[in-house]
Design a protein around this ligand. Structure first.
Ligand SMILES: Nc1ncnc2c1ncn2[C@@H]1O[C@H](COP(=O)(O)OP(=O)(O)OP(=O)(O)O)[C@@H](O)[C@H]1O
Ligand SMILES: [Mg+2]
Length: 461
């Protein structure tokens, strides 16, 4: 519209010019061709002008578009953006900074950048202007920006130098990501994680306590043996004491050597004297066994993690097996294939717990079979201890194979199993740096293998 109206104005102007020229023809006669040439030149100049005008308006529109685009991008940024000159004075900021600081861009332009930051971050910010040749002057550096209430808000700040078209440094651009939100999210994730770990530890403890409940009968059995042994010995010692007292009394009363000899033979004093030492030793051994069982029980029920120490893996396996088997309704025949002692360095509590769980499962699946049998082997080779528990039950059901290590997976009746035994055992094996594997034996029954990397005692270091 503008262009066409201008064109009309110009035509009128030319016509009036032509009229003017005609009126002066008599004074200075100019040829028709000359006039035409002048008019053509004027038309060309005018067309040029129009072209420039159109071009200018197109560039203006493009510039406006670009400015709107940049403004839109800056406004949409959630990160904070600050543009500074070489001296570190603010030239431009985005809406995110305005929101965070509660100040308008107009208020901030011309201020020294450091003013926006908390005291502890100012030295770093003030040094930026002098570090513009480093690439980048700072990267992911945490600084504290003052928010609208004057509180420090952590920002992960990146800074890069800004150049003009000749490549000269004009200033710098800072981009900061508020990390408060991120940090809060991270902290709540951390809390959730530690609560989960706590819940898992609780699960391990509950599982252990449930196992303890089942083991009580077996442990009582185990204790019964040495205790009855100690009792028997003590009764014998009591009788022996009575005989010795009787004999000593006869000596005190001044009995003749013949009488004393008869008494000595009747009271079997020589046998008593010979028996005392083995009886005392036997009693001590029984008491020690009781104390060991109590210690094993305490270790088993303890919720504290013990330190690695030398222990006899063969003894741990035997104790675990006997606790479970003694408590079982149907007692399987147990066939051991392992050395008398197998000293290794590690944590015996979790190993004991795993074996109790494996043997308990084996005993459970064989509860109704005719000749229950348990094959237990333990060996150490090349720093790996392998304990294998094989039963002669029905084997692991096909559809259960993939799920037996899942928490709460059980095929037992309600109240008979929680489905935590293998899950907890698997976790314990991993914690020990080992592995628990399950398979079915080609002949029959399930085979569980616990592999642990252990140092053989005496070979460590
Ligand atoms: N020796 C085995 N033979 C066949 N199946 C087994 C054997 N051991 C475990 N399973 C299967 O794996 C399931 C999970 O065993 P897990 O020990 O985790 O739980 P559970 O014995 O059912 O319950 P609990 O928490 O009391 O141990 C069992 O219910 C059973 O189906
Ligand atoms: Mg179980």
């Amino acid at each position: 519209m503008l262009i066409s109206s201008k064109r009309e104005d110009a035509s009128e102007h030319r016509l009036s010019q032509r009229a003017g020229v005609a009126s002066t023809l008599d004074m200075a006669p100019i040829s028709e061709e000359a006039w035409i040439e002048v008019i053509q030149k004027m038309d060309a100049v005018y067309a040029d002008l129009v072209h420039h005008q159109v071009e200018l308006e197109r560039k203006n529109a493009a510039l406006e578009d670009a400015q709107q685009f940049i403004g839109g991008v800056l406004g949409a940024m959630t990160d904070v953006l600050i543009v500074c000159d070489r001296a570190g004075q603010i030239e431009r900021v985005n809406a995110a900074l305005e929101r965070l600081t509660g100040k308008s861009e107009a208020d901030m332009i011309g201020l020294p950048l450091a003013i926006l930051f908390a005291q502890e971050s100012r030295p770093v910010i003030e040094r930026l202007a002098g570090k513009l040749n480093d690439s980048p002057p700072i990267a992911d550096h945490e600084v504290a920006l003052l928010d609208e209430t004057g509180h420090a808000t952590p920002l992960a700040m990146n800074c890069s130098a800004r150049y003009d078209h000749r490549g000269n440094v004009q200033g710098f651009v800072l981009i900061g990501r508020p990390v408060g939100e991120l940090r809060r999210a991270y902290e709540s994730l951390n809390i959730a994680h530690s609560e989960l770990r706590q819940a898992q530890r609780q699960l391990v403890v509950s599982e252990k306590m449930a196992a303890m409940g089942r083991l009580v009968a077996g442990v009582a059995h185990e204790l019964n043996n040495p205790i009855s042994f100690v009792f028997g010995n003590m009764h014998a010692l009591k009788r022996y004491g009575e005989r010795l007292t009787q004999y000593l009394q006869a000596i005190d009363e001044g009995g003749s050597p013949e009488e004393l000899q008869v008494l000595r033979t009747r009271l079997k004093i020589d046998r008593v004297l010979a028996d005392i030492t083995p009886l005392v030793e036997g009693t001590l051994e029984g008491a020690e066994r009781v104390s060991e069982i109590v210690q094993d029980l305490r270790r088993f029920s303890s919720t504290q993690s013990e330190a690695a120490d030398t222990f006899d893996l063969a003894r741990v396996v035997r104790t675990a097996v006997s606790w479970v088997v003694k408590a079982a309704r149907t007692k399987p025949t147990v066939v051991f294939d392992m050395p008398e002692t197998l000293d290794v360095v590690g944590r015996k509590g979790p190993v004991h717990q795993i074996i109790v769980n494996l043997v308990q499962n084996a005993v459970d699946v064989m509860a109704d079979i005719e000749e229950p049998r348990l094959d237990i082997s333990a060996h150490v080779k090349d720093g790996i201890a392998a304990v294998v528990v094989r039963d002669h039950g029905p084997g692991i059901a096909k559809d259960a194979t993939a799920r037996i290590f899942e928490p709460f997976f059980t095929t037992k009746k309600i109240g008979e199993g929680t489905g935590l035994g293998l899950y907890v055992s698997y976790g314990l094996a991993e914690e020990l740096g080992g592995k628990l594997e399950a398979a079915n034996h080609p002949d029959a029954g399930a085979v569980f293998t616990l592999r642990l990397s252990v140092k053989e005692a005496g070979h460590e270091g």
